[in-house]
Design a protein around this ligand. Structure first.
Ligand SMILES: Nc1ncnc2c1ncn2[C@@H]1O[C@H](COP(=O)(O)OP(=O)(O)OP(=O)(O)O)[C@@H](O)[C@H]1O
Ligand SMILES: [Mg+2]
Length: 469
């Protein structure tokens, strides 16, 4: 397709063409209408003058016959004002007048005619005129009219003006349309070129935004936001896979070594059985880590939020407390709870239970390990947010480690002796973020208090501010 053909096919050019057609029709109607009206008014005026003249001449004829008319016409000929007169016999012989001839002399009586006339001594040139014929008593024909050369010139000027303005309109319209189309096409080509480079692997490049704030800019901005979001998700994914590659190497190597030891020559059946048991345990750990990582990745990608519904938070908290009461009892700790009834929010029940479970698990593991420590779970409404806190009286987490402890695979030195993979808090924080909430670690003096702060209503991402109840 040639460049020009591409221009002609753009929406911008088609719109200009459509506007040109509309304007042309409008111009023809407007200018044609005005011209027509002007002509009609002028012709009307001439008609009235002719009538008055005829009336006067008829009166003169009544008073003094042809002689009077002759005198009057003679007078008028000396002061020509565009009026024409001709009196002939019935047979058509000129008697008196200021013109040589006119076809209207043999026309129908009383009708205002658009006709021509010739001047005496200049028999080659026709002049335009409006004229009316009457019969005088005695069978004489009286033709009275008015030269309309001026009006015809006016009509020509109007027609030429209309033609010229249509011509310029067409020219400017076409050039303007092509120019606009060209600019549009240039920008669309720029966008396409950027898109191709991005597809070819330059993922950090963005579509150009001209700054004009027009629809193409809005489109480019939205696509750029989409690219940024995709980039963010991809970085998150590659981070997860890096983490998996890095952090699963150790447990996988350990698993492999144990399996190898079990198949070693000279291992007793008991040793083999013990090794196999350890292998199974290690694999279960690995499966747990995989699941947690997948859940975090999904929560961060916002995918797990698909099953959001109204959930009774007080019930979830009570269930978790009940679930962990037995564990607490086993290790001689106490799990107490203070739950405000009727707490509701929009969220995912399973994920919220998982997040709270992880935190309670930590409190029992680190905060109340081997002691008769106490873990308090509280849930209450605070304005338009729900706050769920889990507090223990253990060693706590120093302020400088509180941010870090929420990251994947981070385990503080003080707790290396206890089992765990450092994913519990990362998953809880990801779930809180998925619900547009947050997770923070506070000093319980002594001990640690972990607080979920969740909005009662999830603001819909697509339409901010709508549907607020
Ligand atoms: N209640 C707590 N008291 C003291 N330290 C804590 C407490 N909760 C968490 N921590 C510290 O934060 C780290 C991260 O906790 P997180 O739950 O993410 O991992 P984990 O408990 O080690 O492993 P996982 O939960 O995956 O089994 C823990 O290793 C521990 O050092
Ligand atoms: Mg944990």
């Amino acid at each position: 397709m040639t460049a020009l053909a591409r221009l002609f096919r753009t929406t911008a050019f088609k719109l200009s063409a459509a506007y040109f057609l509309l304007f042309s029709v409008g111009a023809v109607l407007a200018l044609g209408g005005v011209g027509g009206r002007v002509e009609a008014v002028l012709d009307d005026q001439i008609g009235q003058n002719i009538d008055a003249e005829i009336h006067r001449l008829e009166e003169l004829y009544g008073e003094g016959g042809l002689g009077q008319i002759f005198l009057s016409v003679q007078r008028r000929v000396r002061s020509p004002g565009g009026s024409i007169f001709l009196v002939t016999t019935y047979a058509g012989q000129n008697i008196v007048g200021n013109i040589a001839s006119s076809p209207a002399i043999s026309a129908e009586e009383g009708v205002l005619l658009e006709t021509t006339y010739r001047l005496p001594g200049d028999n080659d040139r026709d002049h335009p005129a409006l004229a009316r014929l009457t019969y005088l008593p005695g069978g004489f024909r009286l033709l009275v009219g008015h030269d309309v050369a001026d009006h015809r010139v006016l009509r020509q000027i109007l027609h030429r003006g209309l033609g010229a303005s249509l011509f310029w309109l067409a020219l400017i319209g076409t050039l303007g349309g092509l120019l606009v189309a060209h600019r549009m096409l240039e920008r669309v080509d720029d966008l396409s070129a950027s898109a191709r480079r991005i597809m070819a692997g330059r993922l950090d490049e963005r579509l150009p935004v001209s700054g004009a704030g027009d629809e193409l800019d809005r489109l480019a901005e939205n696509l750029n936001a989409m690219l940024a979001r995709i980039g963010q998700l991809m970085r998150g994914l590659s981070e997860v896979s890096d983490n998996i590659a890095h952090d699963l190497r150790t447990p996988l190597t350990r698993l492999r070594n144990r399996a190898e030891a079990a198949t070693r020559d000279g291992a007793t059946p008991e040793e083999q059985r013990a090794a196999l048991g350890a292998v199974i345990e290690d694999s279960e750990d690995l499966i747990r880590i995989f699941n947690a990582l997948l859940m975090i990745a999904r929560a961060e990608a916002g995918q797990a939020g698909g099953a959001m519904s109204t959930v009774e938070v007080d019930e979830i908290v009570a269930d978790i407390v009940e679930l962990y009461e037995a564990v607490a009892e086993e290790q001689g700790a106490r799990l107490t709870s203070s739950i405000e009834p009727g707490l509701e929010m929009s969220g995912n029940r399973e994920l919220l239970a998982q997040a709270l479970g992880n935190v309670v698990d930590n409190a029992l593991k680190y905060g109340a390990a081997g002691s008769d420590g106490e873990v308090g779970v509280a849930a209450r409404r605070n304005g338009d947010r729900l706050e769920i806190s889990v507090a223990d009286r253990g060693p706590g987490v120093p302020p400088e480690d509180r941010e870090r402890a929420l990251e994947r695979f981070v385990r503080l030195d003080s707790s290396r002796s206890l089992p765990g993979s450092g994913l519990g808090l990362a998953l809880a924080a990801a779930i809180a973020r998925l619900h547009q909430g947050s997770l923070r670690l506070e000093d319980n003096a002594p001990g640690l208090r972990v607080v979920f702060s969740l909005p009662v209503t999830r603001t819909p991402v697509a339409a901010p501010g709508s549907d607020r109840t």
